[in-house]
Design a protein around this ligand. Sequence first.
Ligand code: ADP
Ligand code: TRP
Length: 323
Amino acid sequence: MKKRVLSGIQPSGNLHIGNYFGMIKRMIEYQESSDLFLFVANLHSLTTLSDAEELKRLTLEAATDLLALGVDPDLCYFWVQSDVPETTELAWILSCLTPMGLMERAHSYKDKIVKGIQPNLGLFNYPALMAADILINQADVVPVGKDQKQHLEMARDMAIKFNNIYGEIFKVPEPEIPDEIAVIPGTDGQKMSKSYKNTIPIFGEDAVIKKAVMGIVTDSKGVDEPKNPEGNTIYELYKLMTGPAEAKALADRFKKGGLGYGDAKKMLLEKIQKTFKPYREKHQELKNHPKKVETILAKGAEKVRALSHQTMLRVREATGLKY
Ligand code: ADP
Ligand code: TRP
């Protein structure tokens, strides 16, 4: 049987090529090799966002972006978190099994408080909702970044505790943590991230993408000087979009000297334009037909809800909620 791989993506706008090569591309590949469960985590966004129009807009935008990039609703389960209310029911049940001490140790909660975000109960309980997302879908594997590792451990603890008390209902999920090499550099050489304002957006205006690429920070070596391709952002990004032979050709030109950073950036820009052209076209088409996206999401929710409902019948029985 194929493994169930599950991931949630918070709708936070303006996907960049770091998101694509760091995570979305991998998800798309899972559609073929596994049973992929992928959702837009709008309930998690509610912990920090209280503008209704903004949340709606971001949710539809995230769904549109992912569909344009190759998420295929016929090959996977794809839905919006809040369309499956059984998940919040399970989150409550899991909260009642979870010691305060475990929740208080969550790094992400502590970090957000340090950053000055006003904590609310939802933010505190975020790991229980995330555990519910994972457990209700009986996921085998959850690919997560390092920042989410502790949340996954908490989900495992909750599954084990639930199964001990009430009987074996939940699978205990395994994390899959990609190695450091998978970090995509941004235009200033640090990790590409919205928070660092160093991104190359996928669906941005042509001029914005061009400005970002031409603004990549390099050393000040002249055109003729030999340059080291390793750790050079232009080369690191270029390599993501070519086969090994073409990447080596660029590395050789850098090492030999005679290739200036300006020309190399133009080559990279062309590569980005070519790589993302079909996705950008699909994106435009979906934006012109938002009803299509809404229909896909409604069908996706229906499909996944049928499974969640079955699991919750067992949970209600096991916990005594069904009287
Ligand atoms: P950002 O840092 O821009 O806010 P998010 O934290 O929303 O991005 O990341 C969403 C997903 O994209 C996560 O799975 C994360 O691991 C992945 N991702 C984001 N930036 C990068 C990057 N520079 N390299 C690799 N993966 C990334
Ligand atoms: N918390 C995750 C993030 O911010 C998103 C998320 C919500 C998630 N539920 C999940 C990820 C379940 C994996 C599994 O990135």
